[in-house]
Design a protein around this ligand. Sequence first.
Ligand SMILES: [Zn+2]
Length: 344
Amino acid sequence: MLTSVALILITFASTATSCSRSSWITHSRSCLGPPQVWEARPSPGKGIGVYASRAIEPGDIILSEPAMIQLTPPEIRDGVAYPLSDIHTLLRSSFDGLSPEDKGAVMSLHAHMTSVDNANDTLMAIIRSNAYITGNSLGLFPKGARINHSCRPNTSQYWDSQLGRRVVYANRRIEEGEEIFATYIPLLHSHEARQRRLDQYGFKCTCDACALERDARHASDQRRQDLQKAFAAFESQLTLSVPKSAIGKRKALKNAKASAQLVEQLEEEGLADYYVKAYHVAAIAHARIEDWKPATLWANKGFETSLLADPKARSTGARELQALTNHLIIKWNDQLWEEANRKG
Ligand SMILES: [Zn+2]
């Protein structure tokens, strides 16, 4: 019975790049699905927001957008940052090459002026307020820039360097009419720290996590800070070697339990961008106590989740998780055979 479970996982791990699973697995034309699942309209207190025009399933692509402006700053030499004037020249020349319609789309974006901005340089403020890092460049994506921030976002995003597109996908089910949110900042920080970070965009966040009652918000803050610490603590233990000493084994057992809690807390906070990392940690932590079944299931879940942001498993991280899943399946199968032979 369990052997067949392992077999299903093997099949999955080796065929994950197939188009047949669902529309988000590949970006070939035949697999893209409906072209637009969102609409932009006024969002109370936030100007414009982006809303789901139909129910969106986890993994469904919401936006796949090329950069309207892409800036590749010159390399930093001898630790000296490139002059701001160079960036400005690059930006102005990219902007000047746009059609009047595209120029209008860029200039209609939110520009939050800070003390570092020149009051006459709205274009630079628009870039600073809306641009995303795309590999070694900065990209401006006017459609995606309409998506408001939440500290508990229902989408994640990645840069597809082969397609030259920023892809935004649902990281959980989004109901028709629900507002679509992304995050502008790292999220494993307290409410206060997040608000300080968001000052650069010129707004106070009132998302589900920030609008919690005082006690619930403190609990949420505590979870996020604990998660940050837990990830840092696990960083040095991402090895498959099984401890030999009694002390080492006890510690590994404690860590395996802690890793399962890490996953639970993340899921409770709804912080999908960190799921792959947490599933990876849980897989390794259970492998270190030779508990192969949960180790395999965590690794497979990590691999499956990593495909949302890397549908063709091209990244080192996705390939490592695929290899880890297959390695753990073998260990789990060996264990099942040994148990069967002992009984037989
Ligand atoms: Zn918030």
